[in-house]
Design a binder for this molecule. Structure first.
Ligand code: IMP
Length: 198
């Protein structure tokens, strides 16, 4: 039977804080599990997340979620995508802005994959996407990663870096994947709880 506490395997406190606030809306408590997991090299976030989830359950024996995300820039044919973490660590937001210097087509999207697993169960995946554009310059210092250069289409022209966590959570790829997870999780928990079997 599923409980109301889930462990998010991450070392990124910003990611955890975003996730915690979304899950709280569904009355699911989240704890941060700072644990290393095997990272497979893959062109697909789904594959990366699936392997990390299986590894995390094997090591911890706990019900966990892992979340993998990436920034896909259309003019760069989806780069950096699943390689976003490496690109952020090497050339950073300013490097991406440089790659797009003089480029008019600035469309991009963030994609998030949440992988849920627990002992004796397989892995279930949930996805979320937010469409937007790459700003002409970095703006704002909230959030993390590429937040200061990403302007969500459904927003008011501000970058994620200029938004509070709750504002970002209204639109973000991560919140969308987590909401989809939370809805499934709550329905599955209610189904498997003893009271629903009477
Ligand atoms: P991760 O492997 O899921 O942590 O994400 C890979 C990289 O994508 C991170 O290092 C960030 O640079 C970038 N990224 C992922 N999600 C976000 C986000 O919500 N905002 C900004 N950058 C992000």
């Amino acid at each position: 039977m599923r409980g109301r506490l889930i462990f998010l395997v991450t070392r990124n406190i910003h990611k955890f804080n975003e996730a915690r606030r979304v899950l709280a809306q569904y009355k699911i408590a989240a704890a941060m599990l700072r644990m290393g997991t095997v990272e497979v090299q893959s062109d697909y976030l789904e594959e990366v997340a699936r392997f990390r989830a299986l590894d995390a359950v094997k090591k911890s024996g706990l019900p966990i979620i892992v979340e993998d995300a990436g920034l896909f820039v259309r003019a760069l044919k989806g780069f950096p995508g699943p390689y976003s973490s490496y690109v952020y660590r090497t050339i950073g937001s300013l490097g991406v802005l440089k790659l797009l210097e003089g480029v008019e087509e600035r469309g991009a999207y963030f994609k998030s994959v949440v992988a849920y697993s627990c002992p004796k169960e397989g892995v279930k995946l949930f996805r979320g996407v937010v469409e937007g554009t790459i700003a002409l310059e970095a703006r704002g210092s909230s959030g993390f990663g590429f937040d200061p250069i990403f302007i969500p289409l459904e927003g008011d022209g501000r970058t994620f870096g200029e938004m509070t966590t709750d504002e970002k959570n209204r639109l973000s790829h991560r919140s969308r994947a987590l909401r989809s997870f939370a809805e499934w999780y709550k329905a599955a928990s209610e189904f498997s709880s003893p009271s629903s079997q009477r």
